[in-house]
Design a protein around this ligand. Structure first.
Ligand code: NAD
Length: 306
């Protein structure tokens, strides 16, 4: 296999999913005389969050979804943020609500996630939606793990019986990813910051998912030859110009791409791997929320994935 064939094209998969869901978005407009709608709330002006929110809003617009952004000051009170969410919860014309994380330290993310109406929780972080996912009866699945599963099912087909190892145990990536892989009959190991000798686990992985947030932590020594590696990490490395002025920097994942590429069967790049799929899955969840809002059946475009 040539090197180029080993690189998983996340942008291509994102386009494919967006093409699959567009007829549903169009069908909604034809039936209800309005587009499915998504409102994103951002608190503060974290530059990375600004880019993520901008990409979400733009992709929504391009795919027949009405999108709005509410930008709140970084010192907004928890009560005021809750007030905004309550208004959106009650608004029949708002189908999906997303609060961009992370939130400033004085606001409890847990509390905020709980306030969002679980039928509008397109991020899939509400305890009801996470609980349903773990019961194998999912409604909204967190976008990043869903995107990873979409890639895996298209790349490998049946993943039954595979050894899947996840590095990272966050509520938004690691844990829901484990649940999805379990439901697909993989044998799943979750490793994390307190795991002793992570390599001992990762070197047994047919499928390795890395979501840590440490630039290029995983090198070739962690990889079983022929593994499929999904790098969720997005880290911006500041680079310095010759006159020592820092510029925008480069994006790298949690995996040392060039080294691991030589050993793995397939690997997702950063950027252009998991990132675009996360946004495509958000669009999927938003259209699904619109159908749920109108109490009509949503055609499962992810049949064969879930
Ligand atoms: P998080 O900080 O919530 O969790 C990180 C996890 O890594 C923790 O569970 C921790 O136990 C584990 N960890 C930390 N140090 C470790 C170590 N030395 N060895 C093993 N495990 C260790 O992060 P998150 O929200 O899950 O995000 C992880 C990465 O994925 C970040 O780079 C984030 O930017 C990226 N991300 C990307 C997307 C996307 O769309 N591509 C979406 C979400 C998150």
């Amino acid at each position: 296999m040539t090197i180029i064939n080993k690189i998983i094209d996340g942008k291509m998969y994102a386009r494919k999913l967006l093409e699959e869901i567009y007829p549903l978005s169009k069908g909604f407009l034809d039936n209800f005389n309005r587009k499915p709608s998504l409102t994103v709330i951002q608190v503060g002006d974290n530059p990375a969050s600004r880019i993520y929110v901008k990409n979400k809003i733009l992709t929504a617009k391009k795919n027949g979804i009405e999108s709005k952004e509410i930008l709140l000051a970084s010192d907004v009170s928890e009560d005021e943020l809750i007030h905004h969410i309550s208004i959106l919860n009650k608004n029949e014309n708002v189908d999906g609500i997303l609060v961009q994380l992370p939130l400033p330290k004085h606001i409890s993310e847990k509390k905020i996630i709980n306030i969002i109406d679980s039928s509008k929780d397109v991020d899939g972080f509400h305890p009801i939606n996470l609980g349903k996912l773990f019961m194998g009866d999912s409604k909204f699945i967190p976008c990043t793990p869903l995107g990873c599963l979409y890639i895996l099912k298209h790349e490998i087909g049946d993943i039954k019986g595979k050894n899947a190892v996840i590095v990272g145990r966050s509520n938004i990536v690691g844990k829901p990813m484990a649940s999805l892989l379990l439901s697909s009959d993989c044998s799943v190991t979750i490793t994390h910051s307190r795991t002793k000798n992570i390599q001992e686990h990762t070197r047994k992985a047919d499928i390795l998912i890395v979501a840590v947030g440490i630039p290029e932590m995983i090198d070739e020594k962690f990889i079983k030859p022929g593994a499929i590696v999904i790098d969720v990490g997005i880290n911006r490395l500041e680079t310095k110009t010759r006159d020592n002025i820092s510029n925008k920097g480069v994006l790298v994942g949690d995996v040392k791409f060039e080294k691991v590429l030589k050993i793995a069967k397939k690997i997702t790049p950063v950027p252009g791997g998991v990132g675009p799929m996360t946004i495509a899955c958000l669009m999927h969840n938003t259209i699904k929320a619109a159908y749920i809002n109108k109490k009509i059946d949503f055609v499962n475009v992810l049949e064969g994935i879930l």
